[in-house]
Structure formats: structure tokens, C-alpha cells
Design a protein around this ligand. Structure first.
Ligand code: UD2
Length: 297
């Protein structure tokens, strides 16, 4: 993927110019103190970005886990991804499941394909959620490094509701958790017990990131998933499990490996939280689930 690293030459394009004295958004933070963009509707030009990524012929991998009963979420997930995820680009869906025969047939557009990866299940939903880090890192050599430039790793009990495109791509990206984007540090539900590898001291941390949407280049996602998995194995040996499982470890990782791009809650919203003026788009939405009926089944 050496060509990915090269700058591409763009064709003549017609668009309104950026205005230095008129910031595109003045109601939200659009840049972190380490100069990572925070992606909000209105801050980017998807025509320019699409042209850049098309010319690099980038293929994006979308990893999703449908273990045990969670296969029921796949149909809507894939159908809506076909409508809104990386439209016009090459996409590989990597579906990790213990029930390959229950993966639905969904018609895919040209340049997009489905790869079913049979994996084992675990009795507890928490462990299924956490083991995703191990399983993603396991397929690095065998598949990802040869097949895609970027990986996007998401929850399955979700549906796409608006465009999620190449504006999200960067070396390493995370998403602001919809419940905490406006919260103070002391409200973040980081792991606060020093005995856990996911421990974050109360005077550290920038944002609270969601476990259900992160990604980056294949190499950065490999480093992240491997490190988080190893940390979870140390915790397991010590008889401790982080308060929010893989999400706690992801948050710890991002304190010390700052993301190079951050997605606003447009990219992970739950309509049960209502509508917000700052959300011009709701791109990826939680699907309501009956926890008792679906978890540990
Ligand atoms: C939150 C996070 C999730 C994870 C979890 C850890 C969001 C939107 N979600 O989700 O990423 O960090 O907290 O507590 O930020 N799964 C199965 N089969 C199962 C159980 C889980 O396939 O039996 C997979 C599935 O892809 C699911 C994911 O694991 O989307 C996370 O599980 P969840 O959605 O039940 O966890 P939740 O909603 O608490």
C-alpha cells in the first residue's frame, strides 16, 4: 500500500472557498489541542476527500461481530451500510460470527464484498465484547494487511442513517461517546482502580470514547487491538475485569496514544437520548435491544 502514502494530484474542482474569518462551526470544538480534527457536519468538503481517496484506490475494511443471538442485527446493519457507508469506495465487510449459516444474504454494490470469519463464542456477553480485540488482531497477518488500507471497527446492534464516508479515515481514530461528550473529566467512567491495566488517574484523560466505533490504518488498529487484548489478559490473570470491559481499555489506550482524528457523536448516537441542536446529522444509530432476551443467548 505504498501508493497510499503518496500525495495525489486532483483534477479541476469547483467549490466555495474556505473562509478564515468565518469558521465553519463556532458551536463545537473542531480541533483537539494536539491538532487532531474533530469531525462534525459542516467542517469538511466530501467532494475533495472522496476525490483524494478514490485516486488512492483505498479499500476500507469494516469489522463487525455477530456472536450468538446478535446475528439478528446483521441484516439491517448490512443493508443500511450499503446505503451510507463509504459510498463509491471499495469496502470489505469482515463478519466475525459463530453462526456462519445465519449470516443473511444481502445484495452488495460493485467493489464491495462480504468475508465471513468463523470464530468461537464465549458464555458471557462481556467476554464476547472484550475478545473482539483479540480476534481483530489475530486476522492482521492472515487477511487485513494484504486486503485493506484502513479498518473501521463497530458494534453490530446499530444502523446507518446518514453518510459515513472517508472523512472519518486517519491513522488512528476514536469516537466521542454520546453520553459524555459534554461531560467533565470527573464524570468519565474510566477504570479508576489502579489494580486494573485500564486504570486512568482522575487527573488524566481528554475525552470519553465509545467502545463501539474506532479504527485507523491496519497497522495502528493492530497495535491498538493487540495492546488492549494483552492488557485484558493481565487483568484476567489478576482476577479483575475493567468496569466497561473493552471500552475501558480503549479509553486507556487513547490517553497515551492520542487519536489523529476524532469523530463527533454524529457517528454514534442513540435516539433514546433525544435530539440535539449541535447534531446536524445522525449517521449511525443504536438499535434498541432487549438485553435480557439477547445477551448471553
Ligand atoms: C458498549 C459499547 C461496546 C463495548 C461494550 C463493553 C458502544 C456503542 N458500545 O456496548 O463497544 O465497549 O459497551 O461493555 O459504545 N456481541 C455479540 N454477541 C453477544 C454480545 C456482544 O456479537 O452475545 C458483540 C456485538 O457486536 C455487540 C458488541 O459485542 O455490538 C458489544 O456488545 P453490546 O452491544 O451488547 O454492548 P453495549 O451495548 O453495552
Amino acid at each position: 500500500f505504498l501508493e497510499d502514502l503518496l500525495q495525489v494530484k486532483l483534477p479541476r474542482m469547483i467549490y466555495t472557498k474556505p473562509q478564515i474569518l468565518k469558521p465553519s462551526r463556532s458551536d463545537v470544538l473542531t480541533m483537539t489541542p494536539w491538532f487532531a480534527p474533530i469531525v462534525w457536519e459542516g467542517t469538511y468538503n466530501s467532494e475533495i476527500l472522496n476525490e483524494q481517496f478514490r485516486r488512492r484506490n483505498v479499500t476500507v475494511g469494516l469489522t463487525v461481530f455477530a456472536i450468538k443471538k446478535y446475528v439478528v442485527f446483521l441484516k439491517k446493519f448490512l443493508e443500511t451500510a450499503e446505503m451510507y457507508f463509504m459510498v463509491g469506495h471499495r469496502v470489505n465487510y469482515y463478519i466475525f460470527t459463530d453462526r456462519p449459516e445465519e449470516v443473511p444474504e444481502v445484495v452488495l454494490k460493485e467493489g464491495r464484498k462480504k468475508v465471513v470469519l468463523p470464530v468461537q463464542n464465549y458464555p458471557r456477553w462481556q467476554e464476547i465484547s472484550m475478545r473482539r480485540m483479540e480476534m481483530i488482531s489475530n486476522f492482521f497477518q492472515q487477511r487485513f494487511i494484504n486486503e485493506v488500507s484502513y479498518l473501521v471497527c463497530v458494534d453490530v446492534d446499530m444502523r446507518f442513517n446518514d453518510q459515513v464516508g472517508v472523512e472519518i479515515l486517519s491513522d488512528l481514530f476514536g469516537t466521542l461517546h454520546p453520553g459524555f461528550y459534554a461531560a467533565e473529566r470527573q464524570s468519565f467512567t474510566y477504570e479508576h482502580r489502579p489494580a486494573s491495566q485500564a486504570y486512568v488517574p482522575s487527573d488524566e484523560g481528554d475525552f470519553y470514547y465509545a467502545g463501539g466505533f474506532f479504527g485507523g490504518t491496519v497497522m495502528e488498529v493492530y497495535k491498538l487491538t493487540k495492546k488492549c487484548h494483552e492488557a485484558m489478559m493481565v487483568d484476567k490473570a489478576n482476577g479483575i475485569e475493567a468496569i466497561w470491559h473493552d471500552e475501558s481499555h480503549l479509553n486507556k489506550y487513547f490517553v497515551y496514544h492520542k487519536p489523529t482524528k476524532i469523530l463527533s457523536p454524529e457517528y454514534l448516537w442513540d435516539d433514546d437520548m433525544g435530539r440535539r441542536e449541535i447534531l446536524k446529522k445522525r449517521r449511525f444509530l443504536a438499535v434498541r435491544k432487549n438485553h435480557a432476551a439477547i445477551r448471553n443467548k
